[in-house]
Design a binder for this molecule. Sequence first.
Ligand SMILES: Cc1cc2nc3c(=O)[nH]c(=O)nc-3n(C[C@H](O)[C@H](O)[C@H](O)COP(=O)(O)OP(=O)(O)OC[C@H]3O[C@@H](n4cnc5c(N)ncnc54)[C@H](O)[C@@H]3O)c2cc1C
Length: 388
Amino acid sequence: MNGRVRDAVIVGGGPIGCAAAIALANAGLDVVVVEAHAGDQRAPDARTLALSWNSRLVLQRLHAWPANLRATAIDAIHISHRGRFGRAELSAADVQLPALGYVLRHADVHGALREKVLAMPVEFREGFTVEDIEIGDDLAEIKGTDSSGKQRILSRLVAVADGGAAVSKSLATEIRDHDYEQAAVVGLVRSDRPHRQRAYERFTPTGPIAFLPSSDEFAFVWSCKPERAPSLLTMNDDLFLKELQLAFGDRAGRFVGLRQRASFPLALRVMQERSSTRLVLLGNAAQSLHPIAGQGFNLGLRDVWDFAEVIRSHDRTDVGDHSITTRYRKQRRIDRAGGITFTDTLAKMFSTDFAPLALGRGLGLALLDILPPAKRQIMHHMIFGVGN
Ligand SMILES: Cc1cc2nc3c(=O)[nH]c(=O)nc-3n(C[C@H](O)[C@H](O)[C@H](O)COP(=O)(O)OP(=O)(O)OC[C@H]3O[C@@H](n4cnc5c(N)ncnc54)[C@H](O)[C@@H]3O)c2cc1C
């Protein structure tokens, strides 16, 4: 049994847990990260992430954007309805930025963050599964198992970044839960036309489809009925490409190649910590969103950045003190609520083919396109968050 008391234990060494480890260690804390998977056990994640310009700045400040990181700039986003009127084009020039954001493989973002943690004076205990956490008045006790058996760590603060798994569920209350009754089928597709750094968001009768420029391919996120996902994953490539082309149309060219299909269930879940002391939830542990606007990781990274800023600006005698955790929650309230509402509204509005709503959406898109101030406002929220 180890009686040493740490400043912060981070539960989960996924991308958000790693980002938190770097930010908190940079703020001067003694940090331990515990991650259930051993380093070489993790299956590569098939997701591709659209990161905002702001997320790039945060990752650069965390020194987790190495020069060789594979990232494709997004210069413009084309939003349209398949077979209906209404379209809008958002471009980096509208907000006077070099790019709206970047497209990266989830595994590459995570890899860069993990490498950085491993190079820092942070204890990274991979292969350690947390089973129970007791939040006491003065300390938190983290109990788990690793290859040597039962372990326990004492800490002033626990930051849970377990992606919304059992630990966060045991320590938090669910305040919103909505099953979109959709699954996301993701993969990489090759087109006969170059993407020219343009992303597409298309609303189709079968659900929204996002196309993101990724190296010389497109990464796609196809939201569909969950019962359709298994057949989309198992049908042969030619048939899948035909189905995708039929659903998306030919706006991005003719699809000629396909790889790395996978699927993910889609739901909205918002959690709130049960203890006002010694505990914070970060990233997907705090909020899991529909990927329609590519906000989940971006929002989680802002959680991390703001939390480290709150810690920096406080007396750090007890980093788990409720004055710190409460101030953090207050500071994140508007941005979190904004990101959740924005994503949820889009997911619901653009997943129905109900004629009056479809007409309203078309009008909304057409108006957005001709109202530069509204467009800039929305883009600012998507890039920097709400209230920032
Ligand atoms: C299809 C799809 C597309 C997306 N696209 C985008 C996008 O374009 N842009 C964007 O910003 N976001 C996007 N997202 C959201 C983004 O992927 C997530 O927000 C992000 O990956 C969450 O990271 P995380 O570190 O919070 O959670 P996770 O990646 O789930 O990491 C949690 C970690 O905790 C560990 N863990 C769990 N339980 C325990 C335990 N008991 N003990 C120890 N360790 C534990 C796990 O092993 C894991 O490593 C998308 C999501 C989906 C599904």
